[in-house]
Design a protein around this ligand. Structure first.
Ligand code: UD1
Ligand code: UDP
Length: 374
């Protein structure tokens, strides 16, 4: 399937005010749905499940991405997965009974996606899944179950890459239900990536020198829920011969406290989660990225920086072998990092010449165009 580069006109004008429910709950969904919400304008009925509620995981992203306040905030955050999904589904069902949208849009693989998909399906409302077709084939990940359910319930699957289209085809999801769009993260990065002159100031503000630091994030249960794995990761980061900046997700802060790992955190430059514009600037100025984040895997290919992905599996194989290499949780991150760091100039040079597999920045418009066509 080829990306249809002709059909990128915005069809949002054909939607009535508040007729498209956009359901989101976490930091990456806010980022990756931002352009869609803006293109929809008055047509967007923005519903935040409240899965992420700290200002530095949620509100600050609305501000930076110039998004309107959510129309509805469901407040299901901080609870178990079953409670989040059950409670959000119940409340969405009540909302949709009161005010029936023409379509529901969800993005990615979080609990908010599962709830939005179930609620749309239960009321027989057209469901569009943005970032469809990703598969880790790792059944230990809640995200794998969330995204499989969303894809199978969706009337429209917007797949970022041909690999994602192929995954859907192999599960019998094909034809009119699938459109190849690229990934909407590209437009978010293009909108907010600071230019080079601003990046030096960002580095200074975060106490690092351009090109001479590692930027790292960890939040996956497979890395931070197991005390031994988490300790191994932090020991290896602390042992690197280059400063490591570690903006820490609240889940990882809690686990470090529970596992008694504070002494290791003291050896790293640990910060609160960083705003999106600053984080992108730091990514672009880093020597190397070390992370278990999905979004960072995609962004590495846009800012052209090498990435060590610390995961048992990845649903983003497109960047493995070019921008990224994978190390298992508890595996030898230090060895992989030192190999890259000792040859950094040529690694950066090689990556600067490679294109991103995630598209040209029109995925949001293509997705809405396909939705309007239905
Ligand atoms: C969720 C997603 C994950 C995504 C990540 C993005 C699922 C199953 N997981 O993981 O796919 O990569 O978001 O960051 O949907 N917490 C706070 N403040 C907040 C939010 C959470 O302190 O604003 C704490 C709470 O104690 C909570 C824990 O973090 O119990 C985990 O939050 P949760 O939203 O359940 O999962 P994430 O790890 O954030
Ligand atoms: N991010 C950010 N500030 C941070 C850490 C990450 O803005 O301190 C951004 C990052 O650029 C990426 C997104 O958050 O776009 C990824 O979120 P996360 O890793 O929480 O979720 P995932 O992508 O793994 O689902």
């Amino acid at each position: 399937m080829a990306i249809d580069s002709r059909r990128v006109t915005v069809a949002a004008m054909t939607f009535a005010p508040k007729s498209i429910a956009v359901v989101l709950g976490t930091r990456p969904e806010i980022i990756k749905l931002s352009e869609i919400v803006k293109l929809l304008g008055d047509a967007a009925w923005l519903i935040h499940t409240g899965q992420h509620y700290d200002p530095n995981l949620s509100g600050s992203f609305f501000d930076e991405l110039s998004l309107p306040e959510p129309d509805v905030f469901l407040d299901v955050g901080g609870s178990s997965r079953g409670h989040q999904i059950g409670e959000a589904t119940k409340r969405l069902d009540a909302l949709f009974a009161d005010h029936r949208p023409r379509a529901v849009v969800v993005q990615g693989d979080t609990n908010a996606v599962m709830a939005g998909s179930l609620a749309a399906n239960a009321r027989e409302i057209t469901l569009a899944h943005i970032e469809a077709g990703l598969r880790s084939h790792d059944r230990a990940m809640p995200e794998e179950h969330n995204r499989v359910v969303a894809d199978h319930l969706a009337d429209l699957c917007c797949a970022p890459t041909q690999t994602n289209v192929d995954n859907l085809t192999s599960e019998g999801i094909e034809g009119e239900r699938v459109v190849l769009t690229g990934n909407t993260i590209v437009e978010a990065v293009l909108e907010l990536l600071p230019d080079e002159s601003d990046r030096a100031a960002l580095c200074e503000a975060h106490g690092v020198e351009p090109g001479r630091f590692v930027l790292s994030t960890f939040h996956r249960p497979e890395n931070v829920d197991n005390p031994e794995t988490y300790r191994t990761i932090l020991e290896q980061l602390a042992g690197l011969d280059i400063p490591v900046l570690l903006p820490l997700h609240p889940r990882s802060v809690k686990r470090a406290q529970e596992h008694g790992l504070g002494d290791l955190l003291d050896q790293l430059t640990v910060t609160e989660p960083i705003g999106y514009r600053a984080f992108l600037g730091l990514e672009a100025e880093s020597a190397l990225l070390i992370s278990d984040s999905g979004g960072v895997q995609e962004e590495a290919s846009i800012v052209k920086r090498p990435l060590i992905v610390v995961r048992n599996s990845t649903e983003r194989p497109e960047v493995i072998g070019t921008f990224a290499q994978r190390v298992l949780p508890g595996g030898d991150i230090a060895d992989a990092a030192n190999r890259i760091l000792c040859d950094l100039g040529s690694v950066h040079d090689r990556l600067s010449k490679l294109g991103s597999p995630y598209g040209d920045g029109s995925a949001s418009r293509r997705s809405l165009d396909a939705l309007a066509a239905r």
